[in-house]
Design a binder for this molecule. Structure first.
Ligand code: C2E
Ligand code: CA
Ligand code: CA
Length: 252
């Protein structure tokens, strides 16, 4: 992995998020891809947890933040107006130095804070809110948008959610999977949407594969959809082409 970081074996792919009001691309999530010279493609779920045990996760984090900013800049230089791009942060990246690090990156690449979003997971709360909430507040004050990923799958309590300055909630794929057939999954999705709306958060449903799921989630009041129904994660050029041609999800 260290080798891959050094010699370009890592790539970011981009998965569009579409608005459930207009069907238009409203953002994208950057997802890591590792093309190993012998073993071929290695999924992120296999190497990120390993990296998280060592300081490698910090190098990986630095690389991916820089790579996302570089790509946004490159798209702009090609005359494209890319939507905000979300990057996944692991808990260990969430240090008091993070806001300054991102500030420097934005300046280096000449970007505005609203062009970048940060996805965090509930695993952050094991560090305790007194440590992480001030960092989050600083990032939000800079103009960054924070999304809570995999919501409902971890250990966090609603008391934490109240203290987190979060603009977006992502409904985890594990709940979306059972929609509309599984009554429990439908009830959980409904509860997340209701709560998110009360807290004035934007709600993104992840892992949407079928039109039935899309219709159900749209009727619940979800704001955005991400999933194979619209597109898998794709290389940067393919994502740029979708934005350029104004590709849309048909909502009927
Ligand atoms: P995640 O953040 O929950 O990312 C969403 C995962 O769901 C992605 O898998 C995506 O390809 C997949 N997905 C999206 N739509 C669908 C769908 O309709 N059907 C199905 N079956 N799957 C769908 P991926 O890319 O394999 O990433 C897995 C996990 O690896 C991510 O979960 C995230 O936790 C982690 N990860 C990926 N890139 C990064 C990164 O740059 N940094 C960190 N810290 N973690 C990352
Ligand atoms: Ca994510
Ligand atoms: Ca997720």
């Amino acid at each position: 992995l260290r080798q891959a970081l050094a010699d370009g074996g890592l790539q970011l792919h981009y998965q569009p998020k579409v608005s459930l009001r207009s069907g238009r691309i409203a953002g994208a999530e950057a997802l890591l891809r590792w093309q190993h010279p012998q073993q071929g493609f290695i999924p992120p779920n296999q190497f990120i947890p390993v990296a998280e045990e060592t300081s490698l996760v910090l190098e990986l984090g630095d690389w991916l933040l820089n790579e996302a900013c570089r790509q946004i800049r490159a798209w702009q230089d090609q005359g494209l107006q890319p939507p905000p791009i979300a990057v996944n942060l692991s808990a260990r990246q969430f240090t008091p130095q993070l806001p300054q690090q991102i500030e420097t990156l934005l300046q280096t690449h000449g970007l505005e804070a609203r062009q970048l979003k940060l996805e965090i997971t509930e695993s952050l709360v094991v560090r305790g809110p007194d440590e992480v909430v001030p960092i989050m507040n600083q990032l939000v004050a800079m103009g960054l948008d924070i999304a809570l990923d995999d919501f409902g799958t971890g250990y966090s309590s609603l008391a934490y959610l109240k203290r987190f300055p979060i603009q977006t909630l992502k409904i985890d794929r594990s709940f979306v999977e059972g929609i509309p057939g599984d009554a429990n999954d439908c009830a959980i999705a409904q509860a997340i949407v209701t709560m998110g709306q009360q807290l004035r958060q934007e709600i993104v449903a992840e892992g949407v594969e079928t039109r039935e799921q899309m219709v159900f989630l749209r009727n619940l009041g979800c704001d955005q959809l991400q999933g194979y129904l619209f597109s898998k994660p794709v290389p940067a050029e393919a994502f740029a082409a979708m934005v350029r041609t104004g590709q849309r999800l048909s909502l009927d």
